[in-house]
Design a protein around this ligand. Sequence first.
Ligand SMILES: Nc1ncnc2c1ncn2[C@@H]1O[C@H](COP(=O)(O)OP(=O)(O)OP(=O)(O)O)[C@@H](O)[C@H]1O
Length: 347
Amino acid sequence: MIHARGLVQTFRSREGKKKSEVRAVDGVDLDVAEGEVVGFLGPNGAGKTTTLRMLTTLLRPTEGTATVAGYDVVRESEQVRRSIGYVSQAGGAFSAARAGDEVVDHGMLYGMKGADARARGQELFEQLDLDGLWTRMPKNMSGGQRRRLDIVMGLIHDPTLVFLDEPTTGLDPQARANLWEHIADLRRRRGATVFLTTHYLDEADHLSDRIVIIDHGRIVASDTSENLKANVSGDLVDLELADPGDVGSAATRLGSIAEVGHGSADAVEVDGNHVRARVARAGRAVPGLLADLGAAGIALESIEVHRPTLDDVFLTLTGRSLRDAQETTRDDTGGEAEPALAGQEQS
Ligand SMILES: Nc1ncnc2c1ncn2[C@@H]1O[C@H](COP(=O)(O)OP(=O)(O)OP(=O)(O)O)[C@@H](O)[C@H]1O
């Protein structure tokens, strides 16, 4: 459904007289199969939206090629647009019209007959828990209802491929959970392929068949959440020692079973009377460790084993926590920015 090779997008940014170039997307290869739900995850400014805008034909790639639903995003942009649904991060700018009229107009823009757009719109209103709101003006809807209306607009022409850019940002937990259900339903009921960007780890984990992580414009991982957790980052073993004097020898013993590839001394973190390290398949390794500690007369106050999270995966791959990265400001280029010549908006 989506095949991209070497996608690049550069933007020029200007700060006073100083000009610089930002490589917002830096050589992205991507393959998404029909019916797959892919979560595109990364911190602010990683390049998610820019990638999405190239795939949805809103931005011409500076370099590289992509086909979406079988059409080339540059040469056949019209066909791509007709084949996809796109729900942008900002959501639609609604006029003062009633929600149902907006939806019908939107469908007609895609070449649907008015009656068909109305029937399909009403069906979607029902599926997305908007029944009774057909004649309400969007400005009088709650944030969650408006976000679901955005999704109705993105689905009105019955696309089999849907791009959702941060669909639940700004929603309260209940509205998020509710929208997750609807997104999962898109595939269940309609067999749709869904490509969604998010910086919520739990969202990516919950919804996606596969998670693609982007950082600094490059894909750093692509796999199921389970595989990423199992292969990229081991379990965290946290030993609390009864006697702080045992910290050194416990660290050496824990280091000996710490993940391969990390020098054992570096792999262990000491914090007061706690000694921690990542251990591959801790369930198998820990009994031996306990026997070893017992034989050396090292007593424990407690032992905890934590399964890795997606954030651990991100930390292992990039050296940064995604949670911390989310706190950084969105635009680190400074100043006013404009697309570079090769990165012009497509009409
Ligand atoms: N029009 C533009 N002009 C200049 N730089 C831009 C422009 N759009 C995006 N950028 C820069 O490109 C990089 C990638 O931005 P992008 O919006 O794709 O990231 P993102 O992963 O979607 O972030 P977020 O999660 O905040 O939406 C950032 O450094 C951003 O500041």
